[in-house]
Design a binder for this molecule. Sequence first.
Ligand SMILES: Cc1ncc(C[n+]2csc(CCOP(=O)(O)OP(=O)(O)O)c2C)c(N)n1
Ligand SMILES: [Mg+2]
Length: 974
Amino acid sequence: SRKELSESFLDGTSSTYVEDMFANWVKDPKSVHPSWASFFESSERGVPAGEAFMSPPTLGSSVATKATPSTYTSSGSPKQVSDSMRLLLLVRAYQVRGHALANLDPLGLEVKEEPAEFNPAKYGFTEADMDRPIFVGEGFISGFLTNKQPETTLRQVLKRLKETYCGDIGIEYMHIQDREMCDWIRDKFETSQPVEIPDKEKIKILERLSWADQFEGFLGLKYRATRRFGLDGCESLIPGMKAMIDTATEDGVESIVLGMPHRGRLNVLANVVRKPLPAIFNEFNGGVISIEGEYSATGDVKYHLGTSYDRVTSSGKKVHLSLVANPSHLEAVNPLVEGKVRAKQHYSKDTEQKKSMAVQLHGDASVAGQGVVYETLHLSNLDNYSTGGTVHIVVNNQIGFTTNPKYSRSSKYCTDVAKTIDIPVFHVNGDNVEAVVKVCKIAAEWRQKFKRDVFVDIVCYRKHGHNETDQPKFTQPIMYDKIGKQQPIIEKYSNKLIAEKVITQEQYLQMKNIIHESYEKGYQDGMKHVPNAEDWLESRWEGFKSPIELGNPGRTGIDQDLLQKIGKVLYTEPSGFEVHSTIKRLLKEKKDMFDKGTGFDWATAEALAFGSLLLDGNHVRLSGQDVERGTFSHRHAVWHDQKTDQTYAPLTKLATALGKKDAAEFVASNSSLSEFAVLGFELGYSLENPDALILWEAQFGDFSNGAQVIIDQFISSGEQKWMRQSGLTMLLPHGYDGAGPEHSSCRIERYLQLCDSDPNKIPPKEEAERKQSQHCNMQVLNCSTPVNYFHALRRQVHRDFRKPLVIATPKYLLRYEKSFSTAKEFSNDSFTRLYPEAFPDQINKPEKINRIVFCTGQVYYNLIASRESNNIKDVAIIRVEQLHPFPFDLVAEQLQHYPNAKAIWCQEEPMNMGYWNYIYPYFISTFKHINRPADITYTGRPSSASPAVASHTLHKLQLENFLSNALTGQVGSK
Ligand SMILES: Cc1ncc(C[n+]2csc(CCOP(=O)(O)OP(=O)(O)O)c2C)c(N)n1
Ligand SMILES: [Mg+2]
């Protein structure tokens, strides 16, 4: 019956065109394609179906769509039509779920049950139907099932379905919402004959497989006790990847950025990226690039290092391959890879995203377990984050360290996360290297055609333990019994080609020997190889200084004329564009600001920094949650027409308005609600080209802890490990305003704890600033004025080296007029690391100052207000704007300027948080340096587990307490 047919059809499938049609048909037969509706109507009315029936609206095959109604339409009997229909349902079942029965596991450990919907009986077929002719017409299935004959048998159909969908490749694609995409994939697999691979191609596969296989064997022999996280058991990855790269390159890809974990990394480096063998073997011999001294670069283990090389493909095309360095943290590199590719596309104006491509490798346990995979996948189709599709390859060895899949995921496939973004997954038996190559090629074609991600899941095994020195039988005795008996992939494939007479035994042995000799030569040369210690910067970074060559600080001030010109663009409403009434008011205020030359707020200062950099030709990219408007409604970098919702970003109009054709592009982009992936993405973006200001803003500073891995493993330590510089800037809204435990603190103490300077090493005064900032791992600031924020941003780019920058940014100061700056200050030379007392005329002479209160950030304004209202004259208030690197020279100057004063540190954060624990040893060593008794007193909120109190009243009480302590309270030791 119609209902049964429909139900059986829907069983185990997801919503696509045909299911919808069936579902609709159950409700209303007329709502579906007229030909189907009329068939059912007619047959229900007893009218011979052939008179009304046209071939069904195809499942979308490009061939079938164009096909004219079959000759059968006018002559088919209801029985024949019913045969076709039922057959269609059976075909559909295999298209949707054939992968469930596919022979994916080389170990064959999994016991498979045939899905119920594969049973022909479910569609009313019996054994008697197996060999009788069944009509399939000229439609889309006929080419595939019958080699274009109109008739077939059920037995033949089942054979072809099993060959196509249940062989060594299992395809998941019917979940994809787009018909064209589904049909494209189907056309790739539903061929009328199994596709034959030319002999030449087979030999190439064998050769690539041999390189991969012998690499592991060679290392195993030479470095028996060394961990290499070998690819043994998944050697087919190498021919697969190479075929994928060849295909992509043929289709226009010129540059590939690779992200991958430990497994098989050395093999990929040697055989895919073609890192010279002597360099690889040298690393095994203990050669690491490292520099110890004032500046240290201490390197990383060999299976984490990145590299990049130009490679010529087998057809002679050139492709640049870069492998991004990564920490042990699995999958954490994913967003960096995407950011780097996006940056490549941006700088090379690859708007079609055809020339640069990302490739990500994963392990089965990590791809399922690590949330950053999901976060990164969700960037894949967003306007300012898409890279036009990433090819993902999973080395699915069915184990994660000692844990079986059953305990490491709740889904059937480790790749199931892919289905959340509507992309295909090709599962393939890793022992069938030809099948691996086939799906890898299709994956590359798919990426180039649809600009969407794709997954290849190579189901394989891990020959040894987690590393080569590990004993796997402690935990997987049965699996490893089986693995012990497994015939190596290379043996299987070489035997196959020898049996097929594609190659002779002698030729194969010859091939093996040549490969062995190459490895042996690489090994010998590796003994003499000297690693390149100057390998700091990639090509775009030429001219930038490594930390051991001192650079020059650039000028960050801008001329008043330029400031006014940028201002005009910032406050001018475009004609025919209806801005919101509040923004209208803000623009008027902004114009007044520029006319009067005073009252420059934070948003304007930031826009001036961005605008002036753009005009200098420096790309500016600001990304994060709601950054376009700004969480605090202060930035308004993008306006929305109130009638049409069209957008207008004033900074994108600078170039035209000022007639500067070479101005760079401004991007402010609201991101997805992720910190880990988005910060990683921006970091990757920043690695590509130094001539840009790349910023990530946290919605509130506290949320940055969701990106902790990026901060710990990359931003704070990346340069020391991998000798790659980044000028990434992190904006972290921070400040206590009584809003409760969340949103008060960006946990600045965490960043300060990651800073690498030695408090006891005070550099000579004349080179303090330069040397410190070049040698340190990152800078941490809390600026108290908009203009200093402006200089800090421009300084990031106006330098001949790059350093990550973390800024605790304001919230209430955004609208606090007393913090605002004057136009003239924007022409000052540079960033101010420390502000001395701002009102020396209103307090005693320096000798009569009894205490100097050091502070940073917004609490300064509380201190000033309190000093004023209490008419205190014997206290000087100093702002440390740059916390790291610590301005020893300027702090010393201040201490010496007030010879009779006691030092106080005042902060609004609890004692165990904020700056205190960081700042204390730096102050102590500064005191010692100037031969003064070391003494500094803490004032601030009491130690606390939670960053801030919930009660506004208590918040104010705490504030009053510590302000009075700072200005008049007892002074003593820590
Ligand atoms: C985030 C993270 N957690 C834990 C580890 C420790 N670890 C290293 S490899 C590994 C197993 C990974 O399994 P899988 O992803 O399947 O890769 P395989 O080693 O099997 O190739 C684990 C847990 C890690 N490196 N990173
Ligand atoms: Mg694994």
